[in-house]
Design a protein around this ligand. Structure first.
Ligand SMILES: Cc1cc2nc3c(=O)[nH]c(=O)nc-3n(C[C@H](O)[C@H](O)[C@H](O)COP(=O)(O)OP(=O)(O)OC[C@H]3O[C@@H](n4cnc5c(N)ncnc54)[C@H](O)[C@@H]3O)c2cc1C
Length: 486
């Protein structure tokens, strides 16, 4: 695998000398690492954070900064939305599957309001205003939005919908703002930061507990140092979308996505360090796959059809669900069918028109679909849409109208031609205390993890904000628990 050629696991008996000691050693200074550092320092631990880049922030600092929080946060209340931990739990259990992990989702929902207050306490500002547009307020500083599929079929029938995407108050650079406050908070708590310092190996004692790490640093004598961690090591080193071999091996569907979301340091080294000391990695095939067609929202009046001309999803679903359904379930071969009245160019990424017809039959022929299928799809849809209904996929009534104004067109959603974007969701298995687990379900003593180095709350069915959400939430637990051991 791409990365370091050295062994990722070292035995303590082979370490002749520890160059330095601390209570908690944190690998990576993104959202998960910063949250771990703040909590470990607050618990009185001596904390060292090593970061291989020249500055802190990681992918988190480049992100949209959305944090998935609910259960009745002050921002939800100020914007007039009611929410409960129970409804949040029901949504996440329905959306973050298959086989969502209740043991992680339950505390995440139950303590979400407390987590909001903790983030706000670090200085992160949230404006109590609601953004009604298509999922992400790219051009406003609003503080709350629907960032998943809570308010659309089938989830609006499973749980009372509420918007849970909480956004730091800034028009652009929202992730940078979030990280600025978390980094400042960690640094003012007295942690030590070592930049340009990459963790290349974990050091394991004879009882299999993790007791430290080997850190490479071009400025260190001999190029590397050994750091002993009395309480434990927290792996918070991001995901693996930029490791071609790992993506090919574990998550080949993601290879087809044009845009890789992250930094080059998302090379899976944190996951491989965990594997080297006996951890289990799970859901390695999963990822957030976004198909960014909207805005304009008007296009949601169109119809997603697969290569055979059949519908497969309500078009008002969250962009991650659209991407996931199209790539995983339709082999990345689909189209958005529009008529002359609703066609507009997507604002974010180019999506080309691949076929046009004065009649649906002509369009169907151009696309090489089985004769009659697309015609039947449109005629069935239009018959019900005339009454504002969508019995098949229950798209929201405001997006339901007959498609009957020629010419008709097919917008190309094939993975190779369109801007799917992806980052990985699979990683080390942790328990609710952020302890890294072996395949037999035992915690590896001294090893904790959070963020995209782990398989966290979104096992699939991602909604925006869940990555920063679970990274910060379980990062805090990792920091606290490692500190408690020191
Ligand atoms: C454009 C964009 C928009 C996004 N928008 C959102 C959003 O709005 N909401 C959301 O929830 N998610 C969003 N995401 C995804 C989200 O940003 C990431 O999944 C999340 O921030 C990962 O956090 P992390 O702490 O696990 O990793 P990171 O923030 O990447 O931090 C990991 C750090 O570890 C360092 N590192 C790696 N290996 C080592 C090593 N061996 N030794 C030392 N250091 C190491 C890395 O350099 C990095 O700084 C977005 C991503 C992008 C790129």
């Amino acid at each position: 695998m791409q990365g370091t050629d050295q062994p990722l696991r070292r035995d303590e008996r082979d370490i002749s000398n520890w160059d330095a000691e601390c209570d908690v050693l944190i690998i990576g200074f993104g959202v998960a690492g910063a949250s771990a550092a703040i909590e470990a320092a607050a618990a009185g631990a001596r904390v060292v954070v090593v970061e291989r880049a020249g500055g802190p922030g990681g992918t988190s600092a480049l992100s949209g900064g959305l944090i998935y929080l609910g259960g009745g946060t002050p921002i939800q209340k100020a914007c007039g939305f009611e929410d409960t931990a129970e409804d949040m739990f029901k949504y996440m259990m329905a959306a973050c599957g298959p086989q969502p992990d209740a043991s992680l989702i339950e505390p995440y929902c139950n303590e979400s309001v407390e987590h909001f207050h903790w983030i706000a306490k670090q200085g992160v500002p949230f404006k109590p205003s609601f953004f009604e547009g298509a999922h992400e307020p790219f051009t406003t500083d609003d503080g709350l939005t629907y960032s998943g599929s809570e308010h659309v079929h089938p989830f609006n029938e499973i749980a009372q919908p509420a918007p849970r995407g909480h956004i730091p108050q800034q028009v652009s650079g929202k992730g940078g703002l979030l990280m600025k406050h978390l980094i400042e908070s960690a640094q003012s708590a007295g942690i030590e930061t070592r930049l340009n310092s990459r963790c290349d190996a974990l050091v394991v004692a004879s009882d299999d507990s993790v007791v430290g790490a080997v850190i490479s640093n071009p400025d260190a004598p001999g190029g590397s140092t050994t750091l002993r961690a009395r309480g434990g090591v927290v792996l918070a080193a991001g995901g693996f979308i930029f490791n071609r071999e790992m993506v090919h091996h574990y998550a080949p569907a993601l290879e087809r996505c044009k845009y890789k979301v992250g930094t080059e340091n998302d090379d899976g080294l944190g996951i491989r360090l965990g594997l080297a000391v006996g951890a289990e990695a799970i859901r390695m095939e999963t990822g957030d796959i976004s198909l960014v067609l909207f805005p304009p929202n008007k296009l949601r009046q169109g119809l997603f059809v697969n290569q055979f001309g059949q519908r497969y999803l309500n078009e008002d679903a969250y962009m991650g669900r659209c991407g996931e359904y199209t790539l995983y379930h339709q082999e990345g071969h689909a189209y958005l069918i529009v008529d002359d009245q609703i066609y507009e160019r997507p604002e974010m990424f180019p999506v080309e028109v691949v076929a046009v017809g004065e009649t649906v039959a002509e369009l169907e022929g151009e696309l090489g679909m089985p004769t009659g299928q697309l015609q039947q799809t449109l005629s069935y849809y239009n018959e019900h849409a005339a009454r504002g209904e969508d019995p098949l996929f229950r798209k929201g009534a405001h997006y339901v109208k007959p498609l009957d104004t020629p010419p008709f067109a097919a917008m190309d959603l094939r993975a190779e031609n369109t801007g799917y974007s992806a980052f990985t969701l699979g990683g080390l298995r942790i328990d609710a205390q952020a302890r890294v687990q072996t395949a037999s379900g035992e915690a590896i003593p001294g090893l904790f993890a959070a963020g995209r180095t782990t398989s966290g709350v979104p096992k699939q069915g991602y909604s925006s904000g869940m990555s920063i959400g679970d990274g910060s939430f379980f990062g805090r637990r990792a920091g606290r628990n490692a500190a408690a051991k020191s």
